[in-house]
Structure formats: structure tokens, C-alpha cells
Design a protein around this ligand. Structure first.
Ligand SMILES: NC(=O)c1ccc[n+]([C@@H]2O[C@H](COP(=O)([O-])OP(=O)(O)OC[C@H]3O[C@@H](n4cnc5c(N)ncnc54)[C@H](OP(=O)(O)O)[C@@H]3O)[C@@H](O)[C@H]2O)c1
Length: 298
């Protein structure tokens, strides 16, 4: 199959490209950087250099494709005057236009846990919007992949562990949280993209392991030589104050606090538990090695 991947050689798209090439598919990888061409070709894929903001480039790149994997790169939430929802709407509208123009019949879109929520999902609400835009396409089978929280999010706690010796957030302690590795997401996308979507539209959750935050703290703590590491639960107001104190924009902090508050209350995971996937292969204990390497390096 001729398959186009957005997301360059990122966390998911690189292992995805490797797997699809190994299975004999004709793979094109989209990157914004001309300097990535050689690395993409070394994987056995074709490079398409351009930006997702360019609908014409996308339509030309998608032409003749049997399937396309679309994803919105993580926005720089903290850039001055950055307006998240218009930015995402414009990229996803470009995807939709290009898919329509190129007549692509099969799309797997990287969405997120929480994308079923029209409100109370804070920073992640853009995935709800993105699914809405792509759902308007007719004649294209679409699967929305909804991975849970990535293991690599835990790196944001490195400074707190180093400076204060504990983790603190408005979710934590005994909250049961599902986690995922990009490797397991890539494996799910690779499986899904080569088959038709059930009933034209499909949602697939992806998770690797479900653990309480106390269990996560114990695994990471052991890996970094701090076996007593704790993950303390603090209030929404306390977290808001801490992040604003670091100079983060108030609206971004509010979005983060709202999303994590829904994680703590469990509403974020209601649809996941109704549609629970088979868990992937990469466990927190595996990820802890990567976390420990980053902890000692940074
Ligand atoms: N973190 C979580 O817990 C979580 C949970 C659920 C869903 N998600 C979603 O997962 C996605 C992130 O996936 P990931 O980690 O695989 O991403 P990633 O590693 O950051 O890869 C994205 C790649 O896209 C390319 N890119 C950036 N801007 C571009 C542009 N304007 N045009 C073309 N290419 C561009 C970049 O490569 P080049 O520099 O080569 O262009 C970048 O490496 C986000 O949509 C996020 O919302 C995250």
C-alpha cells in the first residue's frame, strides 16, 4: 500500500514508518525540515518536505495514497499570543481539504483520550474539535486513535523531584491513571491503517499500563535511586498558583488544571473504560530506564 505519514520522525511516526516499511509498504514521511530527508530515506521511506499549514502541499503529497496517517504536532502552548484552537482548526481543515482533493479513502488520525468531551477537558479540547472537522468527510474511512497519557509526560516532573524531592499535582496519590508508550501507539496505528475502518468511523483507545500515581512514583523512584519518592495530591488552586508563579500564561495553566482535574475525578477516562483496549507491551518499568537516563543527564 502507498501510505503517507505526517509527524516526521517523531515519537510515533518514526517507529510507525519503520514497521510499515518492514512490512513492504510504500511509505512517505512528511517533515517540515529539508535536513531530515536523508534520515527518512535511510529508513527506506520517501521524504515529503513541507508544512501542514500548506494545504496545497498536503493535497499534492496525499495524491495517489491508499492511506494517510494524520497528526497535529504538539503546539507551543507558551508562545506569546498563541491561539490554540484557531491554529488546530486550520491544520485539520487543511488535512480535510487535502484528503478530499486527493480522494484518500482511508485515514487514521491521532486524537487523544478525552476527545469525547465537549467541555471540562482543558488543553485537550482541540482533539474534540479536530475529530469533529474530520468527521464531516464523506467517502473516507476514518479511525480516531485515542492514546492515553504518554509516559514521556512524566519528564515534566524531573525539576520538582530534583528540587523538592517529590511529585505534586492536582492528580496523584491513589488516582488510577492509564499510560502509554509511543511504541505501542505506532504498533496499533500500523495494524489499523492497512484495514478498512469498521462502519466508516471508528475509535480505538491505546494504553500500555494502568497504575496508581503512588505505583508510578515507586517505579520511577526506584529507577532513580529515590525509593521513597511520593506523588502528592494538591488542590486545583494550589497547582494554578504554582504554575502561574513560574510565569506560565494564566489561560494555559487553567487549561492544564482543568484537564488534570478531570483526570483526578475520573470523568476523563469514562469513555476509555467503556471501550478498554488490550494493553500494549511497553510497561512503566521499561520506561523508567529512559526516565532515569534523562533524570541523571538533564
Ligand atoms: N502527550 C500526551 O500525553 C498525549 C496524549 C494523547 C495524544 N497526544 C497527541 O500526540 C501528538 C504528539 O505525537 P508525537 O509525540 O509523536 O509528536 P512529535 O514527536 O512531537 O512529532 C511531531 C513532528 O511533527 C513535525 N512537525 C512539527 N511542526 C510541523 C509542521 N508545521 N509541519 C510539518 N511537520 C511538522 C516535527 O518534525 P520536523 O521537525 O521534522 O518537521 C515533529 O517532530 C499530539 O497531537 C498530542 O496532542 C499526546
Amino acid at each position: 500500500m502507498k501510505i503517507i505519514l505526517t509527524g516526521s520522525l517523531g515519537h510515533i511516526s518514526k517507529p510507525l514508518a519503520v514497521e510499515l516499511v518492514a512490512k513492504g509498504h510504500d511509505v512517505t514521511v512528511v517533515s517540515s525540515k529539508p535536513g531530515r530527508k536523508e534520515e527518512i530515506e535511510a529508513l527506506g521511506a520517501t521524504a515529503a518536505i513541507g508544512v501542514l499549514e500548506d494545504a496545497g502541499f498536503l493535497a499534492a503529497t496525499f495524491a495517489g495514497a491508499d492511506a494517510v496517517y494524520t497528526m497535529v504536532p504538539p503546539p507551543n502552548f507558551t508562545a506569546p499570543a498563541f491561539d490554540l484552537l484557531p491554529h488546530v482548526r486550520s491544520i485539520v481543515t487543511n488535512f480535510a481539504t487535502a484528503i478530499r482533493q486527493a480522494g484518500v479513502g482511508r485515514v487514521v488520525h491521532l486524537s487523544s483520550i478525552g476527545a469525547h468531551m465537549a467541555k471540562d477537558s482543558g488543553l485537550i479540547r482541540f482533539h474534540y474539535e479536530a475529530e469533529g472537522i474530520l468527521s464531516e468527510l464523506t467517502g473516507t474511512d476514518i479511525t480516531f486513535m485515542r492514546p492515553v497519557g504518554f509516559y514521556y509526560n512524566l519528564l515534566s516532573f524531573v525539576p520538582a523531584i530534583r528540587n523538592f524531592g517529590f511529585i505534586a499535582s492536582n492528580y496523584g496519590a491513589d488516582d488510577l491513571i492509564p499510560w502509554v508508550s509511543p511504541i505501542d501507539i505506532a504498533a496499533s496505528v500500523a495494524e489499523e491503517i492497512v484495514k478498512p475502518a469498521a462502519a466508516g468511523r471508528n475509535v480505538i483507545y491505546v494504553a500500555s499500563e494502568e497504575l496508581t500515581c503512588n505505583q508510578v512514583a515507586a517505579i520511577l523512584g526506584n529507577a532513580i535511586g529515590k525509593p521513597d519518592l511520593k506523588w502528592n495530591l494538591i488542590t486545583d488552586e494550589q497547582l494554578q498558583g504554582i504554575y502561574e508563579g513560574f510565569g506560565m500564561p494564566k489561560a494555559i495553566v487553567s487549561g492544564l488544571v482543568e484537564m488534570q482535574s478531570s483526570m483526578h475525578k475520573g470523568v476523563f477516562y469514562e469513555d476509555y473504560y467503556r471501550n478498554k483496549p488490550t494493553l500494549g507491551k511497553v510497561k512503566m518499568a521499561d520506561y523508567a530506564l529512559e526516565f532515569a537516563a534523562a533524570y541523571s543527564r538533564d
